[in-house]
Each structure stands twice: as C-alpha cells, then as structure tokens.
Design a protein around this ligand. Structure first.
Ligand SMILES: [Zn+2]
Length: 465
C-alpha cells in the first residue's frame, strides 16, 4: 500500500492522505488549512497524479470539520468521477458547512478582509451531492475500481469516532502478498464520552497499520483532568460570574463544541446551579447545526436521546442591529469563533467584556498559536495588563476573568497511547499534530507497543506501508 500525506500532517492543518492498494487510489479526508485562505489552504492535490501509483476513485470523509472537508469541492473539480463515502449525519453536516463556507469566503473577499477569491460557491456544493455514498457505522462497503469488481476488492467500514455528530474512523481492508490486511485511520477521535456524544468504537485488534491523530500530543495537563472535574469547575465559574452581576462569554466552534456547551448549560440549569431564567445568547450557523444534531438524535449515537439542544432556551444577540451587551443583565453568550478570530461575534463580545472586572471569558476549546484566543490566555497566564483582540482596535486593558477549561473533542495523549496498545498495529503512522505533539507520541507509542514501526510522514513523501 502506498501512502502520501497531501496536507501538512506535522501541524493541525489540512487533513488529507492519499492511499492506494490493489490498483485503486483513494483519499482520506479533503480538508483545508484553517490557518490559511484560498489556494494556499488546499492540500497538494497535484501529488496524486505526479506521485500516486493508482487513479483516484474514492474519497472518504470522516467528519464535517473544515480541516477535513474544506478542500472537497476543489478536489472534485479535478476528479469528477470519484465516489465520496461518509456517514448520513456527516453528509448533512458537510452540505451545510460547505455552503456556509462558500458564503463566508464570498463575504471576506467582498469586504476586502481576504485577498483570496472564494474557492467554490453554493452551486459547486450542489454539484458534489450526486457523488455522495452514505454508509452506517460498522457496515462494510466495497471500494471498487470505477464500478468494476477488480478481483481483489478493497473494502471499508466506518467506526463511530466519538468526536462530533456523524464522525467516524475508517477501517480499510485490502489484499497484499496473498493476505487480507487491515488499516485503521482514527481521524479526530475521542475514546471517552462527552455530554451529548458517547466515546468512540474501534475495530478488533490486531491491525496491520494504524494512522492516528495527535492533536493533544503535547498537552500533558489534558491527561490529568477529568471531564467531570472540569464540568464542575465550569459550572461553578458560570455561577460565580452571574452572581456578581457579570456575564460570561464562551467562544465555541459551531460544530460540536457549541452543542456540547449548551447541553452542559442545560444540565446546570436542571441542577439549579444556574438560574433557569438566565438568558443564553447563540447565533447563526451554530443553531442550524444544533437543529441537525436534534433531528438525528434517535438514529445517531447519543448518551441521552431525549435531549435536544433546542430545549435550551436561546436568544439572538442582536437588537436593532447592535449586539445586546449593554442590557447589563447577567447573561451567557455562546458564540463562534472558538479561537476568537477577528471579525467574528465572539471577538466583538470579547472586546466589550475584556475591560470589565465583573465579566468572564471562559475558553473551552483548542486555540492555535497567535489566535486572539491564545493571546488572551497567554496575557492572563503571564499577568499582562493588556491584550490585543483586534489589531484595528489595538491594546485593551485586561480586567475581566479569563479561564480555560478542557472539554476537547479529542482524546488526551495517554488515551491515544492506550488505544495503540489495544489495537496492536504492525505499523503506526502519526499525523495531525504539531511537531512537539508528534515527537512525544512517537516515543510513547514506541514504548507502549515495542513491535510497532512508528512513522511520522512528511508532506508529499510517498511511503510504502
Ligand atoms: Zn475535527
């Protein structure tokens, strides 16, 4: 089997890997780099033709986050006769997220906030739809060569990844040297339950190849905190802010973290930790994603299928075109973006809160280096008196409470090492982590599974697995 990372797998960048076996080429995920825009954000699709040893026939999409789907329309534009395999929930979310992405790219280009013309529009997204092939978890499907049964067909099966609605790892079976081999790609995975989504499921050991994500590989602390303790601390922090007459901003990603945070707020209200009447402000795309979560709650893995995100009373944050911050009633704002990027609602509310001691900004997700969210956390941790949330506004005094909570949708590094120990792969390919995360994971996996060969691929490097 040939393997080539087409995105920069030594960072949290575009997730995209080319594989070939039995004369059939496939791509695992078709993400875009969240740190870039336009063509530079795309994976190196040109390497499929220049370095790949088989025609691309299949695309497997593991979940609907931008860094796993944002490059899909551009890939399909160049490879029109591929089949795109995904779970039913990921299909619905992918169509929604790509259309929202098309509108955002158009707006940023029109406003002059981005020099890059949009990579695709809503029409392109509609054109992809006939290529989608949906599959339920743990149901095997054939990966044929252009509809032909090629004698030694590859097959694949999705396993619930426990990351966001519809997310999946994928097991690929192929033939090599007269034997059936098994490769499992974890994609973004969480072995433990969140508030809405239960923990992931994995194929039976042993594996020939494990391709594993490493997002939290450099985060020592994540392995020492439990969700239960963090939820308790989070509930107490919210209660204290509201009790002192302040409001709380919780910056979130609109797919996954937003819904999980709303479920926690619902639980706190039921436990009477928070007053039932405290307003919760949400906006835009995250509400539509919540509706998709709710509409599929009886046929996707849930901890409690009775719970619907829309049970949590929510209001819009705007009144006559202005954000309702001046109301001065203690409130909770659950707004995107999770990293508090400029030109987003969470950034605007953060600017309004940061100078007032009574308010709080409660960070619940991953913030990449130098994002406004990361700058805020660093300024607080280092005791700085000011922070730059928006370069056009400049330095603002930092007076509000800033706290970090660990509610990641990703497994901590200890759990990932445990997973590799359980799956007993002959080879382990580490991807989707920063350099120090990959280095820690390589050493730890090698120690835990001494017989496995650990591979940390470079972008564009063709590897025989
Ligand atoms: Zn993800």
């Amino acid at each position: 089997m040939q393997f080539i990372s087409l995105g920069d797998s030594s960072k949290i960048a575009a997730s995209c890997h080319y594989l070939s076996a039995n004369g059939v080429g496939l791509v695992l995920d078709a993400g875009a780099d969240p740190n870039r825009e336009g063509i530079p954000s795309l994976p190196r699709y040109d390497l499929i033709r220049s370095h790949g040893d088989a025609e691309l026939r299949h695309v497997i999409i593991t979940h609907a986050h931008h860094d796993h789907i944002g490059g899909l329309p551009s890939l399909v534009a160049d490879h029109v006769d591929v089949d795109i395999h995904l779970t039913p929930a990921t299909r619905t979310l992918t169509e929604f997220m790509l259309s929202a992405g098309a509108r955002l790219q158009r707006r940023l280009f029109r406003e002059g906030s981005s020099p890059h013309p949009p990579l695709f529009d809503e029409e392109h997204v509609e054109e992809i739809a006939p290529l989608f092939r949906t599959h339920s978890y743990e149901k095997s499907f054939a990966l044929k060569d252009n509809g032909k049964d090629n004698g030694t067909p590859m097959s694949a099966a999705f396993y619930d990844a426990g990351h966001v609605l519809g997310s999946a790892g994928v097991l690929i079976r192929y033939h090599e040297a007269g034997q059936t081999r098994r490769l499992f790609y974890t994609s973004d995975t969480n072995t433990r339950a969140q508030t809405i989504i239960p923990g992931g499921c994995y194929p039976a050991p042993p594996l020939d190849v494990l391709v594993m994500e490493c997002t939290l590989g450099a985060d020592a602390e994540a392995a020492h905190t439990t969700r239960k303790d963090e939820a308790y601390r989070f509930g107490e922090a919210l209660r204290a802010v509201l009790a002192r007459g302040g409001s709380a901003l919780i910056p979130v990603f609109m797919l996954g973290r937003a819904q999980e945070v709303l479920a926690m707020i619902d639980r706190f209200k039921r436990q009477l930790l928070l007053p039932e009447a405290v307003p919760v402000y949400t906006y835009g795309g995250m509400r539509q994603v919540s509706n998709i979560y709710d509409s599929m709650r009886r046929d996707t893995p849930r901890i409690n299928e009775q719970f619907a995100v829309r049970q949590v009373q929510q209001r819009g944050p705007f009144k006559r075109g202005r954000i309702r911050i001046a109301d001065h009633n203690p409130s909770i704002y659950v707004l995107a973006s999770g990293m508090v990027f400029e030109n987003t609602l969470s950034n605007r509310v953060a600017q309004a809160f940061v100078e007032e001691e009574k308010h709080a900004i409660l960070m619940v997700g991953f913030c990449k280096e130098d994002s406004p969210g990361a700058r805020l956390l660093a300024a607080k941790a280092e005791g700085h008196e000011g922070v730059v949330l928006d370069k056009r506004v400049g330095m603002q005094p930092l007076a509000c409470q800033v706290e970090r909570f660990r509610f990641s949708g990703h497994s901590n590094r200890q759990d990932l090492v445990e997973l590799s120990r359980h799956l007993r792969p002959r080879k382990t390919v580490l991807v989707h982590g920063d350099a120090d995360a990959l280095a820690w994971m390589a050493e730890a996996v090698h120690a835990a599974v001494p017989d496995t060969t650990v591979i940390v691929p470079k972008m564009g490097q063709a590897i025989t697995l």
